[in-house]
Design a protein around this ligand. Structure first.
Ligand code: FAD
Length: 593
């Protein structure tokens, strides 16, 4: 049976290794325990022994390439055994994990000689392997397409490397810290602090593990993965360059999934020292005593939660009258109250004008309700939005229509250029990972002959604060503006047995439904695990269940999800755990109906 040769974990902090030299060639007979290759880690050069006796059937990673520990680098088979199918289809053309950070994209397509043109014509070429791109690639392959996936940096894109997953790894660690600090069950619990280095190292391990998972999924689907920066020659050809070398690839359809990057404020360029982008904040080696966070959107609010949870003093600065301006006003008001109660300072209607260093700190000039002032912090984190990655794609050359800076698409994810689709952050509809994946599936299913559109009303928002917010559909104000006659069902976690058992009684479930037929128009949850709880609602909305249906469900007890059933019942005036206004019971008298 075939045996995989992997890069071993050679020490506690060892995360990657470079293949210095293969000591055997493909086709050689190797014995178990015999040196197979030389591997260089941060500290040493080690000979790696063969894990089995057999034929070194395939070398997957070339000499000189650095890969994370546990990466499969070669396959040993028994004599006469064929290479397993999943490795036959694998076409690794360059290292999967090495970063091209700092490398300038080639914006001018060089003249290419015919031998540098890949003869193969793909059904679909996907540019960018974030949650939009890699999910599209897998779905397209499932439908029988020959798929090329091009990534200039890291598999998993922003979501896995600099977004969703790193922040959730941190928040999970911080939640433990909070619990211990808030509880009086632990001796000296209030004096415990976070080991920042280990927290970052755990985050990195999580990211690498998930990245290996993506590699394996792509391998299993036989997707060709090319590492390099892609730019269009014309709608059917793309030039991919890496380290000064390039190749032209051809495909009948293209999907642009190049994502987005943080934007800075004029006069406040990111320096990685005082003025930070969210990318830079994820690897900060020293915790700021005081941090100013500019931008009260989802990302700013999440970072405020992270830094406050770690022990920094946080000032969150937002230009608009409300933080999280896309969310239901009632939930945001309650979250703001809870954040302020914990000690996060929130300055709304405050504009940041400029920043400069002052005695090793950063001083920020602000304008608040017409008055100017200054704020001082150890760092300033700018989270005011993200710009699409379109530079260096040669978008003008192929005549792509834009909507502002974003690529314009219709509800099928088609651009104005036939055969070219765009998805994810680069189209700027809902800049969320699950939206990017859903858009990707819509795009490739359309390419493969189906007819799909995305209903954004069914895409949830998830905000990972303490407590979390999750929502889908219309806000109360929106429902009213659209002329619906509505009724609201609400249930506070303060009435939930499970919320008490786990010590998380803040927040509530709010269901907005149309008064006559009980059509669910919007659901907003503020509470622990809200981002998980919303799943039930999404299914209900997909199945067009009414609020009565939602109230019929029998839940396990004790669970937080009982609160959703209760909110739906409350809409019908039959909540079990909320006393209705008229239900003042007197002992010895029948309970009023
Ligand atoms: C701090 C933070 C936290 C977040 N948390 C969440 C969350 O909890 N939940 C959520 O849903 N969303 C979250 N997001 C948003 C989420 O990360 C993005 O919406 C999502 O990653 C977008 O996916 P995408 O595939 O469109 O783009 P990306 O993930 O940005 O991937 C695009 C990829 O394309 C590559 N690329 C770009 N140009 C080229 C080129 N010319 N050639 C080849 N490759 C190229 C890039 O290197 C990148 O890998 C968060 C974002 C941030 C910054």
């Amino acid at each position: 049976m075939a045996v995989e040769v992997v890069v071993p974990i050679l020490g506690y902090s060892n995360e990657k290794g470079k293949i210095l030299r293969w000591l055997k060639s493909e086709g050689d007979l190797v014995k178990k325990g015999e040196p197979l290759l030389e591997l260089e880690t941060e500290k040493v050069v080690t000979e790696i022994e063969s894990p089995a006796t057999g034929i070194l059937k395939k070398i997957l990673i070339r000499e000189g390439v650095e890969v994370p520990v546990l990466t499969v680098i070669a396959i040993i088979t028994e004599k006469g055994e064929d290479l397993p199918e999943k490795y036959q289809t694998l076409k690794l053309e360059s290292p999967l994990f090495s970063s091209l950070e700092g490398q300038k994209p080639i914006t001018q397509t060089p003249q290419v000689s015919s031998e540098r043109i890949q003869k193969e014509i793909y059904d679909i070429a996907i540019l960018g392997a974030g949650p939009g791109g890699y999910v599209s690639a897998i779905r397209a392959s499932q439908l029988g397409a020959k798929v090329l996936l091009i990534e200039k940096d890291q598999l998993g894109g922003t979501c896995l490397n600099r977004g969703c997953i790193p922040t959730k790894s941190f928040l999970s660690d911080i939640k433990i810290l909070r619990k211990v600090k808030e509880s009086d069950l632990f001796v000296h619990g209030d004096r415990i602090s976070m080991n920042l280095k280990k927290m970052i190292s755990r985050k990195n391990q999580v990211v690498e593990t998930l990245k290996r998972g993506i590699v394996s999924l792509l391998q299993n689907q036989g997707i060709t993965l090319v590492k390099g920066h892609g730019n269009f020659i014309d709608p059917k050809r793309i030039y991919v360059s890496s380290n000064g070398k390039g190749k032209v690839y051809q495909a009948n359809h293209m999907v642009i999934a190049t994502g987005s990057k943080p934007v800075s404020i004029p006069k406040m360029k990111f320096d990685g020292n005082l003025i930070l982008s969210t990318d830079q904040a994820l690897n900060l080696q020293r915790l700021p005593k005081e941090i100013l966070i500019v931008g009260g959107g989802v990302i700013g609010v999440e970072f405020a939660t992270i830094f406050h949870g770690l022990g920094s003093r946080v000032k969150l600065i937002e230009m608009l009258p409300q933080i999280l301006s896309n969310e239901d006003e009632e939930l945001v008001a309650e979250l703001k109250r809870l954040m302020e109660k914990e000690g996060i300072e929130i300055l709304t209607e405050t504009e940041v004008l400029q920043a400069h260093s002052k005695n090793g700190k950063v001083e920020v000039e602000i304008k608040r309700k017409g008055r100017r002032g200054t704020l001082l912090g150890d760092n300033i984190l700018v989270a005011v939005g993200r710009a699409p990655n379109t530079e260096g794609l040669n978008i003008d050359k192929i005549g792509l229509e834009m909507e502002g800076n974003f690529v314009k698409v219709n509800s099928k994810m088609e651009t104005n250029v036939e055969g070219i689709y765009a998805i994810g952050d680069v189209i700027g509809k809902k800049m969320l990972a699950h939206a990017a994946s859903a858009e990707g599936i819509v795009a490739v299913e359309n390419i493969m002959g189906k007819s799909r559109e995305l209903d954004y009303q069914k895409v949830p928002n998830c905000i990972y604060t303490f407590p979390e917010i999750a929502s889908v559909g219309l806000k109360e104000t929106e429902a009213k503006e659209r002329g619906y006659e509505i009724r609201i069902g609400k249930f506070p976690f303060l009435r939930s047995g499970m919320a008490w058992a786990i010590g998380e009684t803040e927040g509530f479930v709010k269901i907005i439904a149309e008064k006559g037929l009980g059509q669910i128009l919007g659901v907003h949850i503020l509470g622990d695990h809200a981002t998980e709880l919303i799943g039930e609602i999404l299914l209900a909305i997909n199945l067009e269940a009414s609020i009565e249906d939602l109230g019929e469900v029998i839940k396990g007890h004790p669970t937080l999800s009982e609160s959703i059933t209760e909110a739906a019942k409350e809409w019908q005036n039959k909540s079990i755990h909320i006393a209705s206004p008229q239900s003042s019971m007197e002992w010895g008298k029948p309970y009023p109906k």
